[in-house]
Design a protein around this ligand. Structure first.
Ligand SMILES: [Zn+2]
Ligand SMILES: [Zn+2]
Length: 353
């Protein structure tokens, strides 16, 4: 099946909330980083869209979502034409309002932890796990991971100078566990975001930008796959991007470690039915998963079934025979000559019933 791949970034704050750059500046940074689209998600506002900023800027498609709630239970909503009221104490109301408004959404950084070094230890996790009706969860959030990676400011500054990606190189295993357990019950889309704010830190007389937008746009990206080219018409292009995000027809690629473009994961059964990421097919005795990793570098492919690793391979292309139904997803790691493999790609699942 011919597919067109587009690279975007989803969880971004601009000066319409607590980010430090304007939408125009952010779009320019995305163009420099080689992105095709952006979803700006300011806190409790879609101000950029209300000001008519939706559309192509510097060749990058700029779309707007919003991040609802402040003290806890942050919910990233997309596909809305206007924002809905927040309700931290009863986030089910927020999920329902987003769905009623024609949108869909993800639980943002649901397993975030605090660190006394930053924000006085405050954190913004999800605390109501009885909610239903959400589309997915954020399994990899650059900003959260950075805030709880280090034990002292000195250590944080040291790694900021010498390897600023280090803090975010492994997604929180608690988030992956939650995702695996939810996606055994029903389809749950996973995505990653940087939570880009490009905030500034002071160190004595010096003030510097901790994670510039352009840097973050080269890290945890969303690679959507479309059956047709992205339309030049705004309403059609918006629909194409949002329907991919809603159906999980995409993968998460850490482009910082090497370009992830070209990764593919699909399943084919005896009846000739094919499922792509986010899709579902019925099981037959000759169902096979087809996986293609990007060609560059040393890699490790892991096939995960119902949250458990069932196969590992260093090959670039892999055909894996499915023995029983289940929820299948793929992780690809970069394998350095020394040290542990580092996460590079997370696919969305294929559900074999
Ligand atoms: Zn948040
Ligand atoms: Zn955020």
């Amino acid at each position: 099946m011919k597919e067109f791949e587009y690279i975007g970034h989803l969880h971004i704050h601009s000066t319409f909330s607590d980010g430090t750059s304007t939408v125009h500046e952010i779009a320019r940074d995305a163009m420099k980083a080689g992105l095709d689209f952006l979803c700006i998600t300011d806190h409790n506002t879609m101000g950029g869209m209300e000001k008519g900023m939706e559309g192509w800027q510097d060749g990058v498609l700029v779309l707007f979502g919003t991040e609802l709630n402040m003290a806890k239970n942050h919910y990233l909503a997309f596909g809305l034409r206007k924002t809905v009221p927040q309700d931290e104490e009863n986030p089910q109301n927020v999920i329902d309002d987003v769905n009623a408004g024609g949108g869909f959404g993800y639980l943002a950084h649901p397993v975030e932890k605090g660190n006394p070094l930053f924000k006085k230890g405050r954190f913004f996790a999800w605390d109501d796990w009885d909610v239903t009706g959400f589309t997915g969860i954020e399994i990899w959030n650059f900003g959260s991971l950075w805030r709880y990676a280090y034990n002292s400011r000195l250590e944080a500054f040291f790694w900021l100078l010498f390897n600023s990606y280090r803090a975010a190189r492994f997604p929180d295993p608690d988030g992956l566990k939650v995702w695996d357990s939810l996606s055994r019950q029903r389809p749950v889309v996973a995505f990653a975001g940087s939570d880009a704010h490009a905030f500034h830190l002071r160190l004595g007389p010096f003030k510097f930008c901790v994670f510039p937008y352009e840097f973050l746009f080269r890290t945890l990206n969303t690679h959507i796959l479309l059956h047709e080219k992205l339309s030049a018409d705004l309403a059609e292009a918006r629909e194409q991007v949002f329907s991919s995000l809603k159906s999980g027809h995409f993968f998460i690629g850490s482009d910082y470690l090497g370009k992830t473009k070209g990764f593919r994961f699909s399943a084919l059964n005896d009846d000739g039915e094919e499922a792509v990421m986010g899709g579902e097919i019925s099981y037959s005795p000759a169902t096979v998963l087809h996986i293609a990793a990007p060609s560059s570098g040393r890699r490790l492919i892991r096939v995960i079934k119902n949250g458990q690793v069932v196969h590992e391979s260093g090959q670039q292309v892999l055909a894996f025979k499915v023995l029983k139904p289940g929820t299948f997803r793929v992780e690809v790691y970069r394998r350095p000559l020394l040290g542990r493999p580092v996460p590079w790609i997370y696919s969305n699942p294929i559900y074999i019933r």
